[in-house]
Design a protein around this ligand. Structure first.
Ligand code: SF4
Length: 225
């Protein structure tokens, strides 16, 4: 059952964050340059961290910089990032990003540092192939902004925990979570929900019997979504 008021929802998110942090430890993530973070996030779509990291390492070894990636074009890029899967689609998106950002010189997202959160999100999502989650990752992880990305784990757990309606789209979940979660908890709760979604509250057969937050979950015993 969804909390009846925004205040109750906020308190629930605080409790979930606290209990998961007690179990998994503090949230940490290395801070990258915003353009690096954007491209890393594009690589991470629909693949494992291991495959994403392999593609990222290949990129770092094969090119001197984003300018060179742009200049050499799609075929070599596609080969370089093949381990991340969807290599054609991802290389097209990466090149589109580099084209859009490199019109006045070396591709860069440094200008985002001077924009407020909503304008930075609008700017990033105006690039074809860059969705709300990807843009939110750049703001949250690279720029340290209080924007909570909603990936597949966060989306699933937010629905199971009654933080968003069961039929909420990822975009709707983004909107709701970024209203009800306190700004200083958005990064941590994102990381904790991903940890919990990977280890316990998996998409299929979640392990409710050993779940740290079963006491506050309305879907104990759920089998799928
Ligand atoms: S009780 Fe089950 S469904 Fe609820 S959060 Fe825990 S693992 Fe997920």
């Amino acid at each position: 059952m969804r909390p009846v008021s925004p205040e109750a929802a906020t308190r629930l998110t605080e409790r979930i964050e606290e209990e998961l942090r007690a179990s998994y430890g503090d949230a940490r993530k290395p801070r990258l340059d915003p353009l690096d973070e954007l491209i890393l996030t594009i690589l991470s779509q629909n693949t494992s961290d291991v495959n994403r990291d392999r593609a990222w390492a290949n990129l770092q070894e094969s090119y001197a910089g984003w300018d060179e990636v742009r200049a050499k074009g799609r075929e070599p890029l596609e080969q370089t990032i093949r381990s991340a899967g969807l290599a054609t689609q991802k290389s097209e998106t990466i090149l589109r990003v580099l084209e859009a950002l490199g019109k006045k010189g070396v591709p860069s997202l440094d200008h985002l540092r001077d924009l407020p959160d909503d304008r930075a999100l609008d700017y990033l999502t105006s690039i074809k192939g860059v969705g709300t989650k990807t843009a939110a990752c750049v703001l949250c992880f690279s720029l340290g902004r209080p924007v909570m990305p909603v990936d597949t784990h966060v989306h699933r757990l937010a629905k199971r925990l009654g933080l968003v309606p069961p039929n909420a789209s990822p975009e709707k979940a983004h909107e709701i979570l970024n209203e009800i979660v306190a700004p200083d908890l958005r990064f941590s709760l994102h990381i904790q929900l991903i940890r919990h979604g990977r280890s316990t509250c998996r998409a299929r057969r979640p392990e409710c019997g050993r779940c740290e937050i079963a006491g506050i979950c309305p879907r104990v015993g759920v089998n799928g979504d």
